[in-house]
Design a protein. Structure first.
Lengths: 223, 604
């Protein structure tokens, strides 16, 4: 009986300790803020997760934007000295958030091991530029250097491409953010014009019933 | 003693628990990345078979993208009201589309399929082995593969540049190029809709046009596949489905009265010819006095003479014949008011004939023949012709028709106004002034010539009070002056220029730059260095100023438009109330003031 009580006591204390430490670690120390910050997973997987994360980020911002009123505080950039909140949908804050994500991606790419790039590519079934005709060439020091250089080039190209796509998306988001409220206002005006037209139509339907033939009346103009 | 032992045991348990907790925590820290990486690899399993940019699309955790050939279209992003996956769409536009196009071009050039060309690009020479002639050396195959890769890279660069340029130019007009097929909504299309509602016309946009996707089809195919004019495009994006439907055949008024309107057009832009004869009455009789002309005078004299002759002849002829040369049997007329023998007194009423109405307008009895002058005894149909040497009878009639422009069947604001004008013209083409009244003092009869008649027959006309026009009719666009002034003061601070480090004024810029350069100048600085430093600081301040102005313009631009749109909508709403008043006024006229009009059949 006593031993079971002790076991339970130790178990409770260990669980509490684990939760406390892990919570503290996750909240204050953990560096993996984004789902792609696992360089050991390989270049391709990191790349895929980054673009997925960016897509989710913009989806979230657009969803927030569509559900927000134009007089909302988060609709505009923060005032000087204030920080962008999670819900702010101004182009400035969206661009800042995207830039943070990109910087994290760039840092993660720098940590991707050179050989992991090749391994991850091979692991994904992608054919590495080698000579497949007659066997595989022997791995030499030159091959390793070549692989490292290729990795660096690919990562540099990927960084450039990712930056271009991010800029283009922010530009499109900005266009969307400017045009969409105008479109909504135009929609309201169009609906009002429909009502306007129908009101005039009601007058016309009444006027249409006025007679045209009269007895014993003169013409309005001298013939 | 036992208590202290128990306490010691408890402490040991707690320490052991903490220790175990730390171990578990450390294990979690080390294991978690491995778990995450394992999960990421597991997610990526079964993903793309190609290492190109398109692989990212098909690797993303979405069932839609699992197809390796899946490509986004504008409708996938802008076709719904949620506008999701914008980033992936741009990704495809910037990276995947140039790759697809380049691969297609290279495959065509080397006689390979797109998949085979992709394999060669990724390092395999197997597709080339199958295609090429036998007897090729390994080096030749490698050279061929390298050439294909080089061609691919060249094509990719070209297509990539094309996409960049396209996006840089047309991308900024995505929502204002007059085409809804590339963006889901379009501001120019909105304006087109307004134009159609107002005028039933749609002016094609002179700029913009659909954004060429530049994918696996040529430009012409894109334009053919996506109609330029959205008004004829049957696939209008669902975002426009919320708008009010165009027309109804049966209209229910605000009071619940149902009125059947004319049938709406079967197709947009169809027009009907307005038949003016349905709207306008042709005046058959000329009731207004005309200035006397010699011809009319002669004709009047002739009429009078002919009437006198006819009466004289009728008085003399008691036995029978009705005039010379007619050959007609005289009609026996009962003597009014005299009972014949044998008649009952009740038959008197049947014999009492009403007085014939005054035939004040006698039509000319002309056969259209030319009579030469006679010696005074000639006659035609019992009418003496001695009064005139000769005459010509001409038949004439006045035709008065008003032709209006074509009125389209599709209802629009201008069309409705045109119809109202036509119907009102139809009604008002007649004056309510009674016929044959020449008009008295203060009367508005246009044909009245005398202004000195005694006003015994004064006509009193009721003029309906005009409906009130909306106040500030001209000022549909405006802003709150006080808020604008406050904004100006808070942003520009015009009363405290000296307190600001960097003012927007140019002279203050120069002063600030000089002060700053003087402070930064070292003991060995020359005058040239100082001038250079001043110029650089001044340039920097000018850039800041330009940025500030630009930011101000951007921030006020949207604000102004919202205020403008609000003003326009308020104006339209006000005008609707205005029209409702008019409708009520016409109803009052038809039901209370002139209720007999309501029994009139519906207008033709």
């Amino acid at each position: 009986m006593k031993s079971s009580v002790r076991t339970i006591r130790i178990l409770i204390v260990s669980l509490l300790t684990t939760f406390l430490l892990y919570g503290f670690y996750s909240f204050f120390i953990a560096s993996a803020e984004y789902p792609f910050e696992y360089p050991n997973a390989g270049y391709f997987i990191v790349k895929m997760k980054y673009h997925e994360a960016m897509n989710d980020y913009f989806n979230k911002k657009i969803k927030l934007f569509l559900g927000m009123k134009s007089d909302d505080k988060d609709y505009f950039p923060p005032k000087e000295g204030e920080e962008c909140g999670e819900k702010n949908v101004s182009t400035y804050c969206v661009a800042m958030g995207a830039l943070d994500t990109f910087m994290a991606y760039s840092a993660t790419l720098d940590k991707v091991p050179a050989l992991a790039l090749q391994n991850s590519l091979s692991g994904k079934g992608v054919q590495v530029p080698t000579a497949p005709v007659i066997g595989n060439p022997a791995k030499t020091i030159a091959d390793v250097f070549s692989a490292v250089i290729t990795t660096d080039q690919d990562i540099a190209t990927e960084k450039k491409n990712a930056l271009n796509i991010m800029e283009a998306t922010i530009s499109s988001y900005n266009e969307f953010r400017l045009a969409y409220p105008m479109h909504k206002k135009y929609e309201e005006i169009i609906n009002e014009l429909f009502n306007y037209r129908d009101s005039i139509r009601m007058i016309r339907l009444q006027i249409q019933r006025l007679p045209a033939k009269f007895k014993d009346v003169t013409s309005q103009s001298c013939q | 003693m036992s208590v202290s032992k128990q306490s010691m045991k408890n402490h040991k348990d707690i320490i052991a628990g903490i220790f175990i907790g730390i171990i578990v925590f450390c294990a979690l820290i080390f294991v978690k990345p491995m778990i995450e990486e394992y999960k990421m690899r597991a997610d990526a399993e079964g993903g793309p078979s190609s290492g190109g940019s398109s692989a990212v699309l098909s690797s993303i955790n979405n069932d839609k993208f699992k197809n390796p050939h899946f490509r986004f279209d504008f409708d996938d992003v802008f076709g719904s009201s949620v506008y999701q996956n914008l980033y992936l769409f741009i990704y495809q536009f910037v990276l995947v589309d140039p790759e697809d196009n380049a691969l297609k071009e290279v495959a065509k050039k080397y006689g390979l399929t797109i998949n085979e060309a992709g394999s060669v690009r990724d390092g395999s020479v197997e597709p080339l082995l199958k295609k090429m002639q036998t007897g090729w050396s390994q080096q030749q195959l490698f050279d061929m593969a390298n050439k294909l890769r080089a061609d691919f890279n060249d094509m990719y660069d070209l297509y990539s540049l094309q996409q960049d340029l396209t996006f840089a130019s047309a991308g900024s007009e995505l929502f204002s190029n007059g085409d809804v097929s590339d963006s889901g909504f379009d501001l120019v299309y909105d304006l087109d809709l307004m134009e159609e509602i107002l005028f039933n016309e749609s002016t094609p946009p002179s700029v913009g046009g659909p954004l060429d996707l530049g994918k696996l089809f040529k430009k012409g195919e894109v334009e053919e596949a996506k109609p330029k004019s959205p008004s004829i495009d049957p696939s209008i994006p669902p975002v426009y489905n919320t708008l009010t439907p165009v027309d109804k055949e049966e209209v229910t008024t605000s009071t619940g009265e149902k009125i059947i309107d004319e049938k709406p057009a079967t197709a947009t832009g169809e027009k009907e010819k307005l038949d003016p004869t349905k709207l306008v009455e042709v005046t058959k009789e000329d009731v207004c006095p005309k200035a006397e002309s010699p011809l009319e005078k002669a004709m009047a004299a002739y009429e009078e003479q002919a009437k006198k002759d006819a009466e004289a002849k009728a008085g003399n002829n008691t036995t029978g014949s009705e005039g010379e040369g007619t050959g007609e049997e005289p009609k026996e007329k009962p003597t009014p008011g005299v009972l014949a023998p044998g008649d009952s007194p009740d038959s008197l009423s049947t014999k009492v004939l009403p007085e014939p109405p005054d035939d004040w307008y006698r039509k000319l009895n002309c056969g259209g023949e030319l009579f030469l002058s006679g010696s005074g005894s000639a006659s035609k149909n019992g009418i003496s012709l001695g009064a005139a040497d000769y005459y010509i009878c001409l038949e004439f009639k006045t035709i008065w028709e008003t032709y209006s422009s074509y009125v389209p069947k599709t209802p629009c604001i201008k069309c409705e106004l045109d119809k109202i004008l036509n119907y009102m013209q139809k009604t008002l083409s007649n004056s309510m002034t009674p016929n044959k009244v020449t008009g008295g003092y203060m009367e508005s009869s246009k044909c009245s010539k005398s202004m000195t008649s005694i006003p015994l027959n004064l006509q009193i006309q009721i003029i309906w009070a005009p409906a009130l026009t909306p106040p500030n009719d001209d000022a549909i666009y405006g802003k709150n002056v006080i808020s604008e002034w406050n904004k100006f003061v808070s942003r520009q601070n015009p009363f405290a220029l000296k307190d600001i480090g960097v003012s927007l004024l140019v002279e203050n810029q120069a002063k600030t730059a000089t002060d700053s350069a003087s402070q930064n100048a070292g003991p060995n600085s020359t005058l040239f260095d100082l001038v250079n430093e001043t110029s650089q600081i001044q340039e920097s301040l000018a850039k800041q100023q330009a940025d500030a102005v630009e930011q101000y313009e951007i921030s006020t631009q949207g604000e102004n438009f919202v205020i403008y749109a609000q003003s326009v909508m308020e104006e339209i709403g006000q005008m609707q109330k205005f029209f409702e008043n008019y409708t009520e006024m016409f109803k009052t006229i038809l039901t209370k003031s002139c209720p007999s009009l309501i029994g009139k059949p519906y207008a033709d």
